[in-house]
Design a binder for this molecule. Structure first.
Ligand SMILES: Nc1ncnc2c1ncn2[C@@H]1O[C@H](COP(=O)(O)OP(=O)(O)OP(=O)(O)O)[C@@H](O)[C@H]1O
Ligand SMILES: [Mg+2]
Length: 311
């Protein structure tokens, strides 16, 4: 059952130089199923935040319509508000209020509000109830911003880059926390730049670039549908004719870095490795530090858009 429907959503902004429009979201349609963790993955400026904020009713749209449980955000925002919890990409809270006070204040915005102690307990910040935002570490602030999104015990939680700026350990624990709220029955919509995050957390991922959803599926299916299933990397000091490497059956692309490291995108390692060894022998190329890596969502993005997710 879909819990969110996005239909032909378009958002245009005036360009800063006032010369025409900037199309931030370009006629996208998708739906989110009840109970899933749904991710929007894409580079800076892809249109992820704009899409989320329109579904949440924080921004007007230019065209199309968005629905939460068949209620139009554009026509019936007040009904939508009680169903959703929002973590903003940059949250400016009241610096001089204490955590407990902020949660109480937020609770007054809704028909239903959870007890601040319970909320702080979920994100392991109970002992910080009397602390002010500015007395928390970055990771603690991030956890608090998610707990603030749960005040009204929402059915759907929107998290905009919940782990940006966290160290690897804090990111892991945030992942576990997101899984936990999902297991409690909440549908989660998240945006991220991190393909490993999308791969680990999301049931389905929409890959976004330049305002469009270029592909949408489970992470496994996105990877399975790639032309190339793996990468081979090696280093060599020898000079050789690149065309002969590209000509090996099953080698789809060859990229050389300035330090004589070669990156090959290949169909299957079973097919390519034996041929690659023969090629190396024939051309007197000594391949050092040879590695084979299976493809991941980063490769999906590269194949679909010709771009890297992060530079
Ligand atoms: N208020 C605004 N006025 C003008 N242009 C805007 C505004 N908000 C966003 N944009 C533009 O719309 C495009 C999409 O922005 P958006 O914030 O949705 O991207 P994003 O995918 O969330 O990026 P990031 O990963 O950096 O958060 C960008 O080109 C951005 O510059
Ligand atoms: Mg954003």
């Amino acid at each position: 059952m879909s819990i969110i429907e996005v239909k032909e959503l378009t958002k245009k902004f005036r360009r800063p130089d006032k010369k025409g429009d900037l199309i931030a979201v370009d006629g996208i349609s998708f739906s989110v199923e009840k109970g899933e963790i749904f991710g929007l993955l894409g580079p800076n400026g892809a249109g992820k935040t704009t899409t989320l904020e329109i579904i949440e009713g924080l921004q007007p749209l230019t065209g199309g319509e968005t629905f939460i449980k068949d209620i139009s955000t554009q026509k019936d925002l007040n009904k939508v508000k009680n169903l959703i919890g929002i973590q903003l990409q940059s949250s400016a809270y009241y610096e001089y209020l204490r955590l407990g006070e902020i949660l109480e204040l937020f609770g007054t915005f809704y028909n239903k509000a959870l007890d601040p102690d319970k909320l702080l307990d979920i994100v392991q910040l109970k002992d910080k109830k009397k602390a002010m935002i500015k007395q928390l570490s970055g990771g603690q602030q991030q956890r608090f911003s998610i707990c603030a999104a749960l005040v009204n015990d929402p059915e759907i939680v929107f998290l905009d880059e919940p782990t940006t700026g966290l160290d690897p350990q804090a990111r892991r624990s945030m992942w576990e926390f997101i899984k936990k709220i999902n297991e409690q029955g909440k549908t989660v919509v998240i945006t991220t730049h991190y393909m490993e995050e999308a791969e680990y957390l999301c049931n389905r991922v929409g890959i976004m670039d330049e305002g469009k959803i270029v592909s949408l599926n489970t992470p496994k299916a996105l990877i399975r549908n790639l032309k190339s299933s793996a990468r081979i990397n090696f280093y060599t000091d020898e000079q050789f004719d690149h065309a002969s490497l590209e000509a090996i059956n099953g080698v789809l692309a060859v990229e050389k870095n300035s330090n004589n490291t070669y990156h090959l995108r290949i169909t299957h390692s079973n097919e390519v490795l034996p041929k690659l060894y023969k090629w190396a022998e024939k051309n007197n190329v000594f391949m050092q530090d040879l590695e084979v890596d299976t493809s991941d969502l980063e490769d999906v993005f590269l194949e679909l858009t010709g771009k890297k997710l992060r530079d």
